[in-house]
Write a protein that binds this ligand. Structure first.
Ligand code: UD1
Length: 342
């Protein structure tokens, strides 16, 4: 019997890529989204890539328990992957109530529905942001979390704790995996799905591709006076398809009863630090173009250097990032060109 995975926020950047990988691995997927922060491009792209024209789509506001209940009543859900959340750091500082309300309420409703059905496998999309400015790099899952520097980051930390407590109280009927993503970038090799930020991008790679295509005039590199080899920040950029595949490993681990604890946490990164300048240079090289960029002051709240020790995900889950930065940056550029109709 095929197992069913509910993907909340399944039409978004990460959700759409995860949906493709789950379908290709043989799962039935229910995509649920309220399209508050994306249009239908991701959902339509997934259908094209997978040839699944009948892919179920439910327009659901996860903050509304009645809608969540109806969803759980309609499908035989074996696992939930929860992405439905707001994700802009700056906006969360300006609108904390909106962020706490949306990101906490939607997850609480998922957990309540999981409890009500007598148990479920729940995978939560956490972030390296929970490590703050780490004292030592790379970070392992045992690296202490730091107080969050934004309401967005705080919702990640809080949801981690909420899932842990729920799993514990359920006596293992609810099982949880927390995946802490580093910096997801790139796009599907088909160029049919990718990142579609609304307005001016906050994240580096969409800003780079939009500058290259001419939508933005100039990329600002925030800070070149950090204590790093070239003065720019170090991050662990993880290909979106590699990251999506990690979800298949995690869900299968839960379904197959392979978990060592009822709530587990894994870093999802490459283990390879790259500076902002290295990333920009690699983008120029692999795509054979010149990018208009300048050095600008540091951005408030940025950490100097963070990258993953992904050993646990490699050895325990059997997942490993395989795509090169060249492939990833080519895919990001192909996606931007696809959007521009080029
Ligand atoms: C950011 C969030 C993080 C969130 C993640 C989700 C902050 C402080 N952190 O991570 O909480 O989980 O996005 O994707 O916002 N950069 C530039 N110019 C730009 C944009 C970025 O130089 O126009 C630099 C940044 O200073 C940073 C690096 O590029 O050093 C990566 O930035 P970004 O893509 O925004 O990711 P993070 O800040 O690491």
């Amino acid at each position: 019997m095929k197992k069913t995975v509910l993907v909340s926020g399944g039409a978004g950047f990460i959700g759409s890529h995860v949906t493709v990988e789950l379908i290709e691995a043989g799962y039935d997927v229910v995509v649920a989204d309220n399209f508050s922060n994306c249009d239908r491009t991701g959902y339509e792209g997934v259908k094209k890539i997978t040839g699944r024209d009948d892919l179920p789509l439910e327009i659901v506001d996860f903050c509304d328990m009645a809608q969540v209940k109806a969803l759980f009543a309609k499908y035989p859900i074996d696992a939930v992957i929860h992405f439905a959340a707001y994700k802009a750091v700056g906006e969360s500082v300006a609108k904390p109530v909106m962020y706490y309300k949306n990101n906490l309420m939607s997850f609480l409703n998922v957990l309540e529905a999981a409890q009500d059905k007598g148990g479920c496998n729940v995978l939560f999309s956490s972030s390296a942001t929970v490590y703050g400015e780490p004292e030592a790099v790379p970070v392992t899952e045992k690296t202490p979390r730091q107080p969050a520097t934004s309401p967005y980051g705080n919702t990640k930390t809080m949801c981690e704790d909420i899932l842990r407590d729920t799993v514990k109280a359920s006596g293992g009927a609810v099982k949880g995996i927390l995946l802490r993503y580093f910096n997801p970038i790139g796009a599907h090799p088909s160029a049919l799905i990718g990142e579609l930020p609304r307005g001016v991008p906050n994240n580096l790679v969409p800003y780079i591709t939009q500058t290259a295509i001419g939508k933005r005039e100039c990329l600002s590199i925030f800070g070149n006076d950090y204590p790093t080899p070239d003065g720019t920040c170090l991050r662990d950029y993880i290909d979106i398809v590699d990251l999506a595949k990690a979800h298949v490993f995690a869900v299968t681990r839960m379904m197959d009863g392979k978990m060592k604890e009822n709530c587990e946490v894994f870093n999802i990164g490459t283990g390879r630090p790259l500076s902002v300048l290295e990333l920009v240079t690699a983008f120029e090289k692999v795509n054979n173009l010149k990018l208009n960029y300048r050095f600008a002051p540091r951005r408030a709240g940025d950490v100097t250097a963070i990258w993953a020790d992904p050993t646990l995900a490699n050895t325990e889950m059997g997942w490993k990032a395989t795509r090169s930065i060249e492939e990833t940056l080519k895919a990001a550029w192909a996606w931007e060109k696809h959007l521009a109709g080029k």
